[in-house]
Design a protein around this ligand. Structure first.
Ligand code: ZN
Length: 117
């Protein structure tokens, strides 16, 4: 595994009209149907809501074999999905933080558990 760096923030998209935050820039706001969004930085820590193990990865992850995807409740109230760098001791409700993996580009956020409970 390459070196990990904890990331303090992630980019989210905020509706210019109603301020709703979404993980990816949508075509239209799910709440007010607004079509203008601004990228904003959100704190990239929260708790682990759930996760799933993917045993047949899509082509772009094939080299990595089995991997894990999770749902994360950020401290600002956003619920987002991403990869989970899973360890056997991970449990729902554990604290998580976004990370960057050295020399690895990822278009989806990657999280790891930082403390239990
Ligand atoms: Zn809106």
């Amino acid at each position: 595994m390459n070196a990990l760096t904890l990331l303090p923030t992630l980019t989210a998209y905020q509706c210019n009209d109603c301020q709703t935050l979404t993980q990816r820039s949508p075509m239209a706001c799910a709440y007010c149907l607004g079509r203008r969004f601004s990228p904003v930085l959100v704190t990239a820590s929260g708790t682990l809501a759930s996760w799933t193990t993917i045993r047949k990865p899509p082509m772009r992850f094939k080299a990595e074999g089995i991997y894990h995807v999770g749902v994360f409740d950020l401290d600002n109230g956003m619920r987002i999905s991403g990869r989970l760098l899973h360890e056997a001791t991970d449990q729902t409700g554990d604290r998580v933080q976004a990370v960057a993996i050295a020399d690895t580009a990822s278009d989806i956020p990657i999280f790891k558990v930082t403390s239990h409970g």
